[in-house]
Structure formats: structure tokens, C-alpha cells
Design a protein around this ligand. Structure first.
Ligand code: ATP
Length: 228
């Protein structure tokens, strides 16, 4: 097994308070890592440090064995993420949104765009402007946008939040496809174990900024432990 991402004593202090405290996280290539914790536990802050949106107060992040102190564009391109709620041009269709984003980012590629739309089951939704999309469709479009460059690690902050049961089911299928067909590694946060236990290979539990558990899902199932 190859470790794709590892954090060493990752720490973030805000207003003299340790929001994230010495987190040592280890994510294996190809797995779905469920990052669990109640609201305010520090999940988003950890993800923001990994994706370079926030500077760690202390600690290190290693991606494919390379320290991420000096993050190159190439390194960050290998990581896709949706940390904040994805924003689109409401009057444009899914395809138009992706094309515009691709052009703006300088990697417009029709085939990659069509593959991404197919993957999230939005290729048939042709004319509909995004303002008519359900929350689940918007989440899937956000994922399509994030995977157009075929990142090796995809980081999603609470993607299931607010979705109805059908939306959750559709999104889980997308996660499975990304993992099985594309071999992508996924880091997905949630505050409800039940939302991701069916798909996660490993669960990391964070509470008050401390990673209190990091266990294979099989072990959790056998122990029948309630973490959250
Ligand atoms: P949620 O699901 O509610 O977003 P979370 O586990 O993702 O929870 P974070 O968003 O990482 O938690 O927030 C952890 C704590 O850090 C919270 O108490 C939050 O108020 C605080 N926090 C986050 N960002 C900042 C900031 N920029 N300045 C000060 N405090 C912050």
C-alpha cells in the first residue's frame, strides 16, 4: 500500500486556541477515507490546511512522500477539492459551466469534460440552467469540475450535507465510481457516521481538534462501536 497523504502533528491556532491539535492522519492510495466529527471539531480547518487555503501553525503535510512546504502548481493539480459550497453561473448549463471553468483555468479539454459529466450522470441534462438544479445535482457538478484534471486525491467537505435520500444514493454511486473505476483516493468529511460508513474504507474521528481514532471500517463494523 502507498501512503498518498500524511500529516505530522498538524496544528492550527486561532485566537490563541488550538483548533486543530497535533493531527497525524494517514491516507492510503485508492481508499475512501471518511473524516468524521461533530460540528466545529476542526474537519474543515484540516482540509483547508491540506489544500493550501490555510497555513498550518505547526506540523507538516506530505503528499506522495513530498513535504508540502513549498507547494508547486503541479502538486496542487494532483489534488481536487470542494471545501466551500461550489458556486456556478446560474444561467448557464452544466456543460457551459465546465467549459468556462476549463478555459479560465487553462486546461479546457472536451473529452475530459464529457467524461466528467458522464461520471456524475449530468451529460443528458443539456439545456437546463444550473439555477434549476437540485442541491445533489450541484454537488455532482462540483465534483465533475474538480475531477476534470483527473486529480489523484479528491477532498470533499461535507458533500452529503442537506441532500435527500436519493441525492445521497446518487452521490455515493459517484464516490464508488471514482474509487473503483478511476482509482481515485477520496477524503470525505461528515458529521454522521451513517452517511459514509457504507463506502468508507477507513474512518478518522476528530473531536475538539484531536484525531481520536483512525480505524479500518471493517474493524469498526466488527466492534459495532458508536463514535459520533
Ligand atoms: P463544521 O461542520 O461546523 O464546519 P468543522 O469540524 O469543519 O465543523 P471547523 O470549520 O474546522 O470545524 O471549525 C473548527 C473551529 O474553529 C470552530 O470552533 C470554528 O469557529 C473555528 N474557526 C474556524 N475558522 C476560524 C477562523 N478563521 N478564525 C477563528 N476561528 C475559526
Amino acid at each position: 500500500m502507498t501512503t498518498i497523504l500524511r500529516t505530522w502533528d498538524l496544528t492550527k491556532v486561532y485566537d490563541e486556541k488550538e483548533i486543530v491539535r497535533s493531527v497525524n492522519m494517514e491516507i492510503q492510495q485508492g481508499e475512501i477515507y471518511g473524516f468524521l466529527g461533530p460540528n466545529g471539531a476542526g474537519k474543515t480547518t484540516v482540509m483547508k490546511m491540506i489544500t493550501n487555503l490555510v497555513k498550518p501553525t505547526a506540523g507538516e503535510i506530505e503528499f506522495f512522500g513530498d513535504k508540502m512546504t513549498h507547494r508547486s502548481y503541479e502538486m496542487l493539480k494532483r489534488m481536487g477539492s470542494i471545501i466551500e459550497y461550489p458556486v456556478f453561473y446560474d444561467k448557464l448549463s452544466a456543460r457551459e459551466n465546465l467549459a468556462l471553468h476549463g478555459e479560465y483555468m487553462g486546461y479546457y479539454d472536451v473529452q475530459a469534460m464529457e467524461e466528467a459529466l458522464e461520471l456524475v450522470k449530468l451529460s443528458a441534462v443539456d439545456k437546463k440552467p444550473v439555477k434549476q438544479f437540485s442541491l445533489g445535482m450541484k454537488q455532482r457538478l462540483g465534483i465533475a469540475r474538480a475531477v476534470m484534471t483527473k486529480p489523484e486525491l479528491l477532498i470533499l467537505d461535507e458533500p452529503i450535507n442537506g441532500l435527500d435520500p436519493l441525492g445521497i444514493k446518487e452521490l455515493r454511486e459517484v464516490f464508488r465510481m471514482l474509487s473503483r473505476e478511476y482509482g481515485m483516493t477520496l477524503l470525505i468529511s461528515s458529521h454522521i457516521l451513517g452517511e459514509i460508513e457504507q463506502i468508507a474504507d477507513t474512518i478518522g474521528v476528530i473531536r475538539e481538534g484531536v484525531l481520536v481514532e483512525q480505524l479500518a471500517m471493517d474493524t469498526i463494523r466488527n466492534q459495532n462501536t458508536q463514535y459520533i
